[in-house]
Design a protein around this ligand. Structure first.
Ligand code: GLU
Ligand code: MG
Length: 439
C-alpha cells in the first residue's frame, strides 16, 4: 500500500481532495473515495488542463495530478476528508507551469548553494456579506478599526474555530486580530520552509472561505475591495537557513550580530535581489488588475494604506516596501491577497538567489516616514502603475526569467496579458468581485 493510502486510512479519512493551485491561484480538486486512492497515488488524478488556468489547449491530453503524501491534511471542518497537494504532469512529463513544482525547483537551486528558504505569510482577508458588496458586520464602523476588540469578538464564532483548526494541524497559530479596515482580519501562524508555508497558505484560503461560507459569510482576499479602506496585504517574511544535510543546517544565515541591524551580507544580497527585480516581481506579487488599486493609493479613512508606494527599504518602519523588523528576517510588504501561494515564494526566492549570485547591493536604507515625506524618485523608484506595466517589466527581466524558466514565464504572462487586456478599461474592483476573480 502506498504511504498516502495508509496515512489516509490511519487518519480515518473517507475521501481525499487531490488538489492543485492553477496559475491564477484557483484551487482545483477531485474528490476521491478511499478505495480509489491507491491507484491515484501512483498514477495521479486526471484533469482537462484547458478547463483550468494552465495555458493549455482543449486538444492537449490529460494533465495528471500526482499527490505528494507529505502534504496530507484532514479538513478540520470536515474531518473525514483529507486535502493533499499534487504536482502536474502532461504526457508523462512534469509540467513547467506547475506552481508547486516551480517552487520546489527554486528550493533545489537554493539547496545547491547550501541554503533553504523559510518564510511566513500574513494573509489578510475581509469578511463580507455573501453578495460581496458590503462588509458583513454593520456595527464595524470605527474610523481606526485596527485591533478593535468588540469587532474581533463579534467574529469569535469563526476566528476561534479557525485558530483551533490550525492548532489541530500543527501549524503553531499564535494570534488573530481585527485589521486596519472595517471588516478585515488577520490570523498568524508560525513560519516554516517555503514549500510547507505555500501548502498551508493555499489550504488557509480554502479553510477560511469554507468555514466563513458555512456561517453565511464571504471571505475575500481581494487586494483592494473598497477604495476608501486599507486593502488586503500578504506580507511575506523571508530568511535563508543552512539547508538540511549541510554543516550549517538549521542555522539562520540572515542573522549576523556584526552586521548592520544584525543582518548578514547574505541577507543584504538577497535584499538587493528583491529590490533589483521589484518591478518584474509585481507581476507575481500583485498579479491582478485590482492589485494596483492597493499600491501607491491615497490614504484610507483609517489614515494610512500601510501598503508601499515605491521601491525602498527601511528598518522597523512600515512606510517602505521592505522592512527589516529585527535581526532574523526581511519583511516584504509588497505582495497582496491575490498573490499565488507557490508562485509568490518561488519568484521571491529566484530574485533573492540572483541577488546572492551576483552579490547585488540593495543601496542605502531610508528611515523617513515615506507617507508624510516621500523620498524623491531617484531614491525610491515608483512601482508599476498597473498590471500592464508589471507585465512589461516581467517581460524585460532576463535574469528573473532565466531563474524561473522561460516555459513557465511564457505560460504565465500569456494568461495574465489576456486578463489585463480584458479588464484594462473596465471598473476593475467591482467587476472582479462580482466575477469572483479574487483568488
Ligand atoms: N493591509 C495593509 C496592506 O495592504 C497592511 C496592514 C499591516 O501592516 O498589517 O498591506
Ligand atoms: Mg496585517
Amino acid at each position: 500500500m502506498t504511504a498516502l493510502a495508509s496515512s489516509a486510512r490511519d487518519l480515518g479519512l473517507r475521501f481525499l481532495l487531490l488538489s492543485f493551485t492553477d496559475l491564477f491561484g484557483v484551487q482545483r480538486a477531485k474528490l476521491v473515495p478511499l478505495s480509489a486512492v491507491e491507484a491515484m497515488a501512483r498514477d495521479g488524478a486526471g484533469f482537462a488542463g484547458f478547463a483550468a488556468w494552465l495555458d493549455l489547449s482543449p486538444a492537449d491530453g490529460d494533465v495528471m495530478a500526482i499527490p505528494d503524501g507529505a502534504s496530507l491534511m484532514p479538513l478540520p471542518w470536515q474531518p473525514e476528508v483529507g486535502w493533499v497537494a499534487t504536482e502536474l504532469t502532461l504526457a508523462g512529463e512534469p509540467m513547467a507551469q506547475c506552481p508547486r513544482r516551480l517552487l520546489r525547483q527554486q528550493q533545489q537551486r537554493a539547496a545547491a548553494l547550501g541554503l533553504e528558504l523559510r518564510s511566513g505569510v500574513e494573509a489578510e482577508f475581509f469578511l463580507l456579506q455573501p453578495c460581496g458588496e458590503l462588509i458583513a458586520d454593520p456595527a464595524d464602523t470605527q474610523e481606526k478599526p485596527c485591533y478593535d476588540q468588540l469587532a474581533l469578538m463579534r467574529r469569535y464564532g469563526l476566528i476561534g474555530p479557525v485558530l483551533e483548526a490550525m492548532e489541530s494541524l500543527g501549524w503553531g497559530p499564535y494570534q488573530a486580530d481585527h485589521e486596519d479596515a472595517n471588516g478585515q482580519f488577520e490570523i498568524n501562524w508560525t513560519f516554516s520552509d517555503a514549500v510547507t508555508t505555500a501548502d498551508r497558505h493555499a489550504f488557509f484560503k480554502v479553510m477560511v472561505r469554507s468555514m466563513a461560507e458555512a456561517q453565511g459569510l464571504r471571505a475575500s482576499f481581494m487586494p483592494k475591495p473598497f477604495a476608501d479602506l486599507t486593502g488586503n496585504g500578504c506580507h511575506t517574511h523571508l530568511s535563508l537557513w543552512g539547508a538540511p544535510g549541510t554543516p550549517r543546517s538549521g542555522e539562520n544565515l540572515f542573522h549576523d550580530p556584526a552586521g548592520e541591524l544584525g543582518l548578514s551580507r547574505l541577507a543584504y544580497h538577497f535584499l538587493g535581489g528583491l529590490i533589483a527585480h521589484a518591478p518584474a516581481l509585481c507581476a507575481i506579487t500583485n498579479p491582478t488588475p485590482n492589485s494596483y488599486r492597493r499600491l501607491a493609493a491615497p490614504p484610507t479613512t483609517s489614515g494610512a494604506t500601510w501598503s508601499p508606494a515605491g521601491i525602498s527599504y527601511s528598518a522597523n518602519n512600515r512606510t517602505h516596501m521592505l522592512r527589516l523588523p529585527d535581526d532574523q528576517r526581511i519583511e516584504l510588504r509588497l505582495p497582496d491577497g491575490a498573490a499565488h501561494p507557490y508562485l509568490l515564494q518561488a519568484a521571491l526566492l529566484a530574485a533573492g538567489l540572483d541577488g546572492i549570485e551576483r552579490q547585488l547591493d540593495p543601496g542605502p536604507r531610508h528611515d523617513n516616514d515615506n507617507y508624510a515625506a516621500p523620498l524623491a524618485a531617484d531614491q525610491c523608484p515608483r512601482l508599476p502603475a498597473d498590471l500592464g506595466e508589471a507585465l512589461a517589466a516581467f517581460a524585460a527581466d532576463d535574469q528573473l526569467r532565466r531563474g524561473l524558466g522561460e516555459a513557465f514565464c511564457t505560460a504565465y504572462e500569456r494568461l495574465r496579458a489576456r486578463q489585463w487586456r480584458g479588464v484594462a478599461n473596465s471598473q476593475v474592483g467591482v467587476e472582479q468581485r462580482r466575477a469572483g476573480l479574487d483568488a
